[in-house]
Design a binder for this molecule. Sequence first.
Ligand code: DGT
Ligand code: CA
Ligand code: CA
Length: 604
Amino acid sequence: MKGWSQSDQLLARYSFCNMAKYISNREIVKLFREIVAAYEAKGENRFKIIAYENAATGVEHATSELKDLWDDGLLDTVPGLGKTIRGHLDELFKFGKVRHFERVKKALPKGMFSLLDVGGLGPKSAYKLAKELNLNNLRDLQKAAKMGKIRNIPGFGPKSESDILTAIDELKGKSSRYLLTEAFPVAQRVLKYLRGHSDCERAEPLGSLRRMLSTVGDIDIAVASKKPKEIIAHFKNFKEIKRILDAGDRKSSVLLQNGMQVDLIVQPTKAFGALLVHFTGSKAHNISLREYAIKKGMSVSDYGIKVKGKLKEFVTEEDFYKFLGLDYIVPELREDSGEIEAAYRPASGKSNGLPKVVNHKDIRGDIHLHSNYPIEPSHDLGTASFEQIIKKAKELNYEYIGFSDHSPGYSTHTNKQIIDLILKRKKKIEYLKSKYRGFGILNLLEIDILTNAKLSVPQEALKLLDGAIAGIHSSHRQGKNMITKRLLLAIDSPYVKVISHPTGRLLNQRESYEADWPEIFDACRKTKTILEINAFPTRLDLYDTLVREAIKKQVKLVINTDAHQIDHMDNMAYGIAVARRGWATSADIANTLSWTDFAKLFTS
Ligand code: DGT
Ligand code: CA
Ligand code: CA
């Protein structure tokens, strides 16, 4: 490592090995945000600041741990990380620290960085307070505010002092990012409320929510109206608001009682297209779009596209992209991962080809469904009966379903008991198959891939099924080799047709385990094993970037809800969003097939 003396290197490596500290994405984001703050406090070059802001956003949205990607030499697949920053990460993973970062931070009061989480407190204010009042942490800040010391610092007053106290209280009860499924219904309520105003011509979600990211930082909303002030005034009366953070002529930010932030922006319909593009993002997409436009002599903004100093406005996003010579890019693809190149339409009129991503209406069935059938399972039983599930599936216009209860408890049953239970369940399902002719029913089970890579059900029992869905439900922290081995052995079984929730992650709780994905994809293709996109709110895996890799390797996918109760079956849309974000077309998704063709996958 350049700039390190040999003894430094040895020492760092030694202490790093000894500590064996795993540096998580969360820590990296924090580190980058500290560098942004340090640069801002010092009044550094704007471009440097933007580079670290983009890097922090990129890591925040990454679906794998960067350390794992780094181990596999895949760091350059994370959007937003430039070469210099990747070099710093290299140093961080090798030595546990980055000399450049230490230098940047050293010149500033140490305490300022812990103050940055306080809403409304920017780097310059944090710097000033930490320095003037000699603050080391949040508790010092709270104490200083309570003692009335902050109002005496130039630039602060009694109002900012009480705002700081409120913000510290809010910080204590706040989670960092929300599940898409938590934010989505809240956004729907805000949209409905805004659409109820007579001056609202259109109201749409923006940002990560519109791009259907699995987790979102806040809720962003756009309104098209000729009367922005009236819309802002109306917005401020939304009954779920706890506090108004900011309200201008065309923008407002509020905090809801549930802790979520909502940002609203208003613009006249005639320029609504540009607004939607700009604030849907992602930031990385916007940056690339801007660079692309500059090459064509155009400049894009949230108001429109300027050519030779003249502003052209757009009602729709379609027209905005068209003016740039691009095909329409659906929000889910706007992550700066090749979508602009793919949308480019050369003079010949033929596009390089954005995929025609899968739609909700293409889905014809759901085969990961847990019923309340008393199979004495290893994990949780569902709450609905077979018949209730069939009824709901018909309401959803499905042509087929699969019953995939967990297998009988492995440690609590003998093989004979397991076989008997599965036999009994089979009889019941056979009866339903004959009762509901014309509607496809599969007799499946979700079986465990045990810690020792064996399956939780003996072969004699597997033979009684139409197929098995296998998943890892224990020992997620085994090393990469063992996890890969477990998955490969399951994939190799002729009875295993689907691998459920393939990465094992639980959003906001547990990151994905490490596995050799290229090898797993190869094995799936060879054995025709299908990988699941699990639509359950905390799972949403196989996740988008891996979906894209899997498709490149011609692996087939199935989108399932993993429902344990009837209303979970409505979560399909979230799984479809993951597929779309992974550039999947209906040809990549098995459950877009007709029942006749789908059933063949389980009889071959
Ligand atoms: P989040 O909220 O962390 O889940 O992610 P986003 O993508 O919703 O980010 P947010 O809420 O900060 O901003 C919404 C969109 O607005 C973002 O995707 C792109 C656009 N935007 C915001 N700030 C900037 C900026 O400084 N530069 C550019 N080019 N676009 C921005
Ligand atoms: Ca947002
Ligand atoms: Ca926002």
